[in-house]
Design a protein around this ligand. Structure first.
Ligand SMILES: Cc1cc2nc3c(=O)[nH]c(=O)nc-3n(C[C@H](O)[C@H](O)[C@H](O)COP(=O)(O)O)c2cc1C
Length: 252
């Protein structure tokens, strides 16, 4: 990319887009209804209940140790995760903290509480879950199955391709894949959207690092994935919803 273009793109990282927003021009300013906080499920999908969040899964609760020992992990054992462990990781990364009317507050912060992410899981080895692609529903603290993979090798291959051939992603017990639905942010923040979504994503993944560390697991933030293949794996359109970040989780 030419230098001028790079310098021009820096503008998106500044607060200028924020300060100069004309909120009256936003869909919120035009009194258009707030978009749903969670993507609807299909009529053929059934909720898969997650166990209540149980702090007894935590092996390390010393905050100093969790921060000091945080590191990106790319090698995992072939142990499976329990449903209670998965429940804990989802709660830590996107779980609902409180709800007041239509405003849903989560365990991670988000610019203007817009929360544009959906969490998809590529499940390789989780107690009692068939291999496949699932989606987390924070409001119900439940999962829905998006696509079942009867052939485990096929799922691993698709995960590897989605991760741009970074094969460690496919060796994890579960692959977290976050999409964004940018309109949830654009509805209020217009030009400032890209910066806000990128910052929001960091908070989610950092909570995954710390929560994984607390239960004897490891993870690795991943942004160098294959956009088209990751979107295709989740069956999202790549425009109104697309993958922004992913992270494998497994026992270490
Ligand atoms: C935004 C972001 C994107 C990253 N993408 C990848 C990736 O695609 N593949 C990978 O192996 N590591 C990726 N990493 C992990 C970094 O390589 C890692 O954080 C860095 O080397 C420092 O190591 P540490 O996390 O153990 O401190 C990413 C990290 C961040 C924060």
């Amino acid at each position: 990319m030419v230098k001028d273009k790079l310098v021009e793109m820096r503008e998106y990282l500044t607060a200028n887009t924020w300060v100069n927003i004309d909120f009256k021009q936003s869909d919120q300013g035009k009194k258009i209804e707030m978009p749903p906080v969670q993507k609807a499920i299909r009529t053929d999908q059934e909720l898969i209940a997650l166990p209540d969040v149980n702090p007894e899964v935590i092996q390390t609760s010393n905050y100093y140790d969790l921060v000091a020992n945080r590191e990106s992990r790319r090698q995992f054992t072939d142990q499976e995760l329990s449903m209670t462990e998965l429940s804990f990781l989802l709660w830590a990364t996107q779980g609902v903290r409180k709800q007041t009317g239509k405003h849903v507050f989560r365990n991670v912060p988000s610019a203007g509480n817009r929360h544009t992410f959906e969490t998809y899981l590529a499940i390789n080895r989780v107690e009692s879950l068939a291999k496949g692609i699932y989606r987390y529903l924070p409001l119900e603290h439940a999962l829905v199955l998006e696509t079942e993979f009867s052939d485990g090798a096929e799922l691993e291959e698709e995960m590897k391709q989605a991760a741009n051939m970074q094969s460690f992603f496919a060796s994890a017990a579960v692959g977290f894949i976050w999409t964004t639905i940018p309109y949830r942010m654009e509805w209020r923040y217009l030009d400032c959207t890209a910066k806000m979504i990128a910052i929001d994503a960091g908070h989610v993944c950092q909570n995954l690092y710390l929560a994984a560390g607390a239960i004897g697991c490891g993870t690795c933030a991943m942004a160098a994935y294959n956009q088209a293949k990751a979107d295709a794996l989740l069956k999202v359109d790549g425009k109104d919803e697309f993958v922004v970040y992913m992270a494998p989780v497994g026992k270490v």
